[in-house]
Design a protein around this ligand. Sequence first.
Ligand code: PLP
Length: 447
Amino acid sequence: MIAHDPLAAKHARYVLTPWAAQGGLDLPVIVRGEGVYLYDDAGNRYLDLTSGLIAVNLGHGHPAVLAAMHAQIDRLCFSPPAWFNDARAELGEALSRIAPWGDEGARAFFTTGGAGANEDAVKFAREITGRPKVLAGYRSFHGSGAGSATLTGENRRWFNEPANVMGHVVHFWAPYPYRSPFFTADPAEETQRALQHVTDVIAAENPAMVAAILIEPVVGSNGVIVYPAGYLAGLRALCDRHGILLILDEVMTGFGRTGSTFASETFGVVPDLMTFAKGVTSAYVPLGGVLVRERYATAFDAKPLPGGHTYSGHPLAMAAGVAAIRAYQEGGFFTRGRAIEQWLRAGLEAVREKYEIVGEVRGVGAFFAMEFVASRETREPLVAWQGASLGVMPALFAGLRKRGAYGFGRYNVMHVAPPLTISDAELDEGIAIIDAAVGDLAAAHAA
Ligand code: PLP
């Protein structure tokens, strides 16, 4: 605990911090945000290299979104979710217009975050198809709620396993070109091998029992893994063949992160349901939801929708969402990731060339990661798996913090996903800080 800062001491004493062992946390107390910067109570500035948790896509304090929130606060702060509401109607329409279904459109069901959205999407898919099973990737994160953690493939699921409240969830391996069990020198062959694996899993599980495949179009918190060309299209074709619904979890990839409004557009794959959260309000108000393609939303015209929450379609979140979508559109931020991609790829590749511990730089749009290795040749991870530990990240985060930046990552992978509003000069500043912090890490591991 930081004894010299009474606010930090108070935080440590009274607040449980996510995913962390609580003893000895030594963290700044953030009190203000502006643009791409966060400020602590001592006045220190931190460049936000990962848009908070890859969510604050419009930067901190976008004035138009704040103005819309202020106006909504003055007018109405709660509206019963089972009645209609003006702001909710506006956001439903705005989402349908930017969703990947063209004139067919979609209907939105609102939650307060991504975990709930995935749980509700699975519930809807089961109702629509009348089938129980859901396939999800091992290298996935779909939330830490009881159901969403069961859908999650990686070890954050383990905490939940004794309770395992969501049944009929089956995991499969998707490609990870840098470390893939499907790897061949030919990406097309790798895609085929990975698709054959899913084909076999579906056959073994009985296709008539499978309601949905749930997948992040780019693996997010497990390392920004961009699938080889044709993989998502192949999943779409498998779903079509067996009457399985494709649910894209666009919680991290949505709202401009990959250089298009949604990753479904970036990769040319049309889902049946889509989950979203984070960037929908630039994370200013907690909001998530499920977009259900119109042809499937009609399943609930005659029978009741199986779900609802006190805060479904909360007016303040709705107003923030409507204003955020307008801000993305008016500022060109849905596609600004394409320019940021060039900048990040060049800048981070230059860092990779300097330090042997950087095994790979990968990403799409404004969504990048750096993977650290002990040997480029063998691709052995820089630090071995240590259960619940965060690998090399605590040391790297401390280095970033010392140099005025905030970042996010897990084990041997550091994310770089700045707000889409970042200027070229701020990108340069970010790359220079990353360069220095990775340099420290390399020196520590060389010692
Ligand atoms: N799905 C993905 C792809 C995510 O990255 C996350 C959170 O990081 C979630 C779901 C869970 O969202 P939330 O934290 O809002 O529950």
